[in-house]
Design a protein. Structure first.
Length: 105
């Protein structure tokens, strides 16, 4: 998270946006995993693996909304590439762990 652990704001718009996007993702996934009226046989086929293998647009959209909320909380552009984001996260991790930048794991 963009905040130091234990120092998260109590009521912050950015934190609320992350919470909302995560909640929407979980609710949509749960609805797919256990739809109303599904039989036991239906439920055996409705696994997270199968869902992510199908990768429906609503799932991509939900993950995109969560990613955008998190990037916004960090103050990073919504169009940051995965490599850019990972580089920034690594730098932040190093800073928080007080490791010198030249340290390579």
């Amino acid at each position: 998270m963009p905040w130091t652990p234990g120092a998260e704001p109590d009521d912050d718009d950015l934190l609320n946006a992350i919470s909302y996007a995560a909640q929407q993702l979980i609710e949509r996934r749960d609805s797919w995993l256990t739809p109303e009226g599904a039989t036991a046989e239906d439920l055996r086929e409705r696994t997270l693996t199968n869902l992510y293998n199908l990768n429906p647009q609503w799932l991509l959209d939900a993950h995109s909304a969560l990613n955008k909320a998190v990037l916004s909380a960090y103050g990073w552009p919504a169009n940051s590439s995965e490599d850019e984001t990972l580089e920034k996260l690594l730098a932040l991790n190093r800073k928080r762990a007080a490791k010198p930048p030249e340290f390579r794991a």
